[in-house]
Write a new protein. Structure first.
Length: 171
């Protein structure tokens, strides 16, 4: 792939927590190489306040973050996507729109921190776990020589990044 800036879309069902965390982190960490977006198959319409709190605590810009439908990225005039990552198991099982440009896709499933019930502290910890897992995967993406890898190798590496520790141990 010979490109200077790669467009990445993170997908989840509600687009309120995991995909938002991934979008914000990649935009901060991958500035100049990647532009990240997020969307949901059934967006909830608002970003989870605990996601915003965590991003702000880590000095990551939250301006412009919003819960939106993946339909926005399948329309004419939408950014041409290079990569599409599903970050929740529900979105991975759904039939996605046809993305113009045939982006490389992979599943990077992370447990939903918004589904955790319990004290405010327990919920915050769930968001931190999700953020830690997503940022570790994004850091692995950032370490790849994306521009130098052929499509098949890149696809394989991105899928490998999405595997859980249990999946790696089972090999």
């Amino acid at each position: 792939m010979t490109k200077t800036v790669f467009n990445v879309l993170f997908l989840c069902t509600g687009n309120s927590a995991r995909s938002i965390l991934a979008e914000a982190y990649l935009n901060a960490a991958g500035r100049g190489r990647f532009t990240a977006y997020s969307a949901g198959s059934h967006p909830g319409g608002k970003v989870n306040p605990l996601a915003l709190e965590l991003l702000e605590k880590n000095r990551i810009d939250t301006a412009g973050l919003r819960s939106k439908s993946w339909d926005e990225f399948a329309r004419p005039g939408a950014p041409l996507l290079d990569f599409v990552f599903t970050v929740c198991d529900n979105a991975a099982d759904e039939v996605c729109p046809i993305w113009p440009g045939q982006p490389i896709s992979a599943h990077w499933g992370v447990k939903d921190p918004a589904a955790v019930e319990g004290s405010h502290d327990e919920r915050r910890k769930a968001f931190l776990r999700a953020f830690t897992e997503l940022s570790a995967r994004i850091n692995l993406l950032l370490a790849l020589p994306v521009e130098k890898l052929d499509r098949i190798t890149l696809q394989s590496r991105l899928r490998e990044i999405g595997k859980t520790e249990e999946q790696h141990r089972a090999r």
